[in-house]
Design a protein around this ligand. Sequence first.
Ligand SMILES: *Cc1c(COP(=O)(O)O)cnc(C)c1O
Length: 533
Amino acid sequence: MNQQLYDQIIRNFFTCDPHAITEIFREFMLAVDAEGSLPPSPHMSQNYETAQANPEIHVLPGNLKDARDAVFPYFWGTDSWASPLHLENVKGPANYASLVGALACLLKNPNLCTDTYSQRSNELEVKAVTALANLLFYHTDDPWGVFTMGGTISNLYGAKIGIERVLPGAMQNGLGGVRVAGLVSDAAHYSNRSIAGWLGIGTEQLHAIPTDGALAMRLDLLAEKLEELHSDGVRVAFVTATFGTTDGGGIDDVAGIRRLIDDFAARHGVPAPQLHVDAAVGWVLSFLTEYDVTQNPLDFSPQLLALVRRAQTYTEGLRVADSITIDFHKMGWGHYPGSAFLVNHRPDLKYLSRTVADTPYFCEADARRDPALFTLECSRPALGPYTVMASLNGIGLTGWQLLVARALEFSQELKLRLEKLDYCKVLNLETTGPSVLWWVLPKGRDAKAIHQAVLDGTLPPERFTQYSGEIRRMFEKRERAMDASVDARLSFTTSIGHHPHGVALPAWKAVFFNPRTDRTVIDRLLYSIEELL
Ligand SMILES: *Cc1c(COP(=O)(O)O)cnc(C)c1O
């Protein structure tokens, strides 16, 4: 063996050289800094044409700069979403406390499978999920949770517990021909449908309950659906309430759903479905739960205090949820993946558990704390716990309150200013969240009257098709006229998740997700609608 070459590999790749590493990291950070002076448009075009044509691997061992060079163009061609002009979606810049946590994690590279392999990192996960559970369930007694790959997988855990509740042993025996269903709202995230498919209950067994004007599940229709399914011999495994719909910020009445499903279960002598809450986006409202609206220590405006009060009534509902999904990589401004699945009552994890005999690799696993005994995943990164605890304690409760309140304040301000324009109509005036959904019609149209006619069901479908075409064309017109250095980037949704008389409502969409977005961005957005269109 060529020992010299071997030693070179050990020296370059398996020996920590703080100088070489920080030097390369500094270069990456300089590039991030340079990006800050550019508009948030792609500053290097993609090259899918030959991405597969030359999948070359270097022949000879190189050094860390070769590693840098292998990824740099792709790094430079990727937007960090730090620009305050990004309002397209629930995607924002990662905060730097999270980076500190992430780097610490990457230096040790723990695997959260069992604590034999990662010692205190598993303890940090327990700390992080307990901190989050206390915030969301509000000082609950015996919570637990795990970090997962994303909101989709966290929702999957909730659904799976539900299946085991209504069909014990499904983990071992399968569904055995029993029809099992899950319920969500019409504005729920599409991941719930994927999950129904992947869990084997079938996407057709996921029923979407229509929403009201506030994009919240209609409880009268939920009650009807529960009865209908029961009388058809279907077992309802879970109701996944959405706490903050992705497009519009709609919030389902979690406490109302709790009462309804408990009553349903008692009347029919069946297990209550799992009440899972998909709070992937909306969980951050919980930072406001304890804000003292009387003392108002952070000097919130009266309008903002009204929103905070609304948020507080919503978050109260979370106390009766069985389980919750939160995405820290969304409004926690944390790094991916930072999703947690939280249970209110730890014994519920028994529905997911395996025995040590089922996990021979981990024969030393301790059922009191080792996640490997109930997680879907085997290896799990510890990025979630590290980025979450670094962010929570770096920014602090008060810091979080300011950040979340600012998003609510700005979305409300944009809503009210748009609503004043005759040819605009805001579609989510009643929701409390970071997003704004609205129509822009050509000047001269009465957007409110058209909207009312849609709600009343008095607008002929072909007329609505004409108007929705106009809403889309106005959006495209703005896109074409945009000055990338000053105009906010918006997005368009073809359906906000509310269907009055069966009509899908399209909308322009802006999400106040970037803490650096300021009023000048809102002013310019209104200018671009009033003056340029
Ligand atoms: C984003 C989102 C999800 C999916 O989460 P991922 O982390 O992207 O897998 C689920 N539900 C809601 C409401 C979401 O906004």
